[in-house]
Design a protein around this ligand. Structure first.
Ligand SMILES: *Cc1c(COP(=O)(O)O)cnc(C)c1O
Length: 402
């Protein structure tokens, strides 16, 4: 095992907050991000999941007979939880082999006239195939909701992800880039639909002082601890404790429960986000530059593949998503790297049917490619603190095991 260090690298590149970001200011976060990304108006929500819940609640009213929501079988467990809380049914679609995209054949088999929405997902900051989802959705009369929770700032053919579908959402959760500890942004192309979403949000997600107080305290903690020394306390130690207990789901924070909180975001957190958002573009450019620097090195390791974007797309690089040849070698690499403080981790531990707590919420499904993806993947955080020596240590282990 590489030597234990005093500091801890994060598993994803979040935009570090500065003390000055915490001053009061104008609550313009959603408008500022929309202006920066050149999107239609965005609505601020209390989480990415809340954005999805609000979207589903609004679509449900438009098409009450359609109750099925099609999602990748490997995605954030919050997605089927939101579908469940919205009173709808999750339908799992397998991935393309060794890829994050929805498998085109499985997608066609999963969709019919009962489908309310399809959720192509920009996993790991990579840009997903939204066109195929739109083609299928058009055929069956469904909506497309782009899950861009992990891809704020990603672009395709010059425009932001999240706005090619009917709706899209981004996450502002801790560690997902720009963060107000928990937050989300909801996009919709059609002005009439935007108005509906606004009404739905007012109805189901009113301001709740208790939640805002809690999130404000958490945001202060995040601002203080999101740096290599603080992360040992806030991230590394709990991770290692969970792994020692043999609980990888808790280790990566995949352990969610219902009900999902729904409330509005207060003015102070909006102002903090708006201050930090000024640095968003530069931050994404730096992440991309670091990724371009490291990618050739990672790609040169025999047996390792690194997920990338399709032609014409520029994803963001919060972390690198690697596939190893098989689970044995992936596990061997994690054995040496997961607890080493180097920002190496896993994304979601399981394919959705394999989370015990989702039984009864997602159907049992035969999704071999999603299971294979869960079994062979690992992630390397692309944070500003990842140094040459860290990458040497990581690549050394990968070269030995792969
Ligand atoms: C994190 C995440 C979500 C949920 O976003 P929150 O802001 O954490 O509620 C949804 N989908 C994907 C793919 C995610 O990674």
């Amino acid at each position: 095992m590489p030597p234990r260090r005093r500091h801890e690298l994060p598993p994803t590149a979040g935009l570090p907050l500065k003390l000055a970001d915490l001053r009061p200011g104008r609550a313009t976060l959603a408008d500022d991000v929309a202006a920066q990304l050149d999107t239609p108006p965005l609505a601020l929500t209390c989480s990415g999941t809340a954005a999805l819940l609000i979207a589903l609640a609004a679509l449900r009213e438009l098409k009450p007979v359609c109750r099925r929501v099609v999602m990748p079988a490997y995605t954030c467990p919050l997605v089927p939880l939101a579908v469940h809380q919205a009173g709808l049914e999750s339908v799992l679609c397998d991935l393309r082999p060794g890829h994050y995209d929805l498998d085109p054949h499985a997608l066609r088999a999963a969709c019919d006239e009962r489908t309310l929405a399809i959720l192509p997902t920009h996993l790991a900051g990579r840009v997903a195939d939204v066109d195929d989802a739109l083609a299928v959705a058009n055929n069956v009369g469904a909506y497309v909701i782009e899950d861009a929770a992990q891809a704020l700032g990603a672009r395709r053919d010059g425009s932001s992800v999240g706005v090619a579908g009917d709706l899209g959402f981004f996450s502002l959760a801790a560690g997902k880039g720009l963060s107000i500890y928990e937050g989300g942004l909801l996009a919709a192309r059609d002005p009439e639909l935007r108005e509906r979403l606004e009404h739905t949000a007012k109805r189901i997600a009113p301001f709740k002082p208790g939640w805002e107080l809690r999130r404000s305290a958490e945001l202060l903690g995040y601002a203080a601890l999101y740096r290599p020394h603080g992360l040992r306390i806030a991230y590394g130690n709990p991770l290692r404790n969970a792994l020692r207990r043999g609980d990888p789901v808790a280790a990566v924070g995949d352990d969610f429960s219902l009900p999902l909180p729904l409330h509005a975001v207060g003015r102070w957190r909006q102002a903090v986000g708006a201050h930090a958002a000024v640095r968003l573009r530069g931050f994404i450019e730096q992440c991309t530059a670091r990724a371009q620097h490291w990618l050739p090195r990672l790609r040169a390791i025999p047996g390792v593949s690194v997920l990338d974007d399709p032609a014409g797309a520029q994803g963001t690089w919060p972390f690198f998503m690697l596939l190893l040849p098989d689970q044995r070698r992936r596990d061997a690499a994690l054995e040496q790297l997961w607890q080493a403080g180097l920002g190496v981790s896993r994304l979601f531990i399981n394919a959705l049917p394999d989370y015990g707590y989702l039984h009864g919420i997602v159907p049992a499904a035969d999704v071999p490619n999603a299971r294979d993806f869960a079994a062979r993947s690992l992630t390397i955080g692309n944070s500003p603190w990842l140094a040459e020596a860290d990458m040497d240590a990581i690549c050394g282990v990968l070269e030995t095991v792969a």
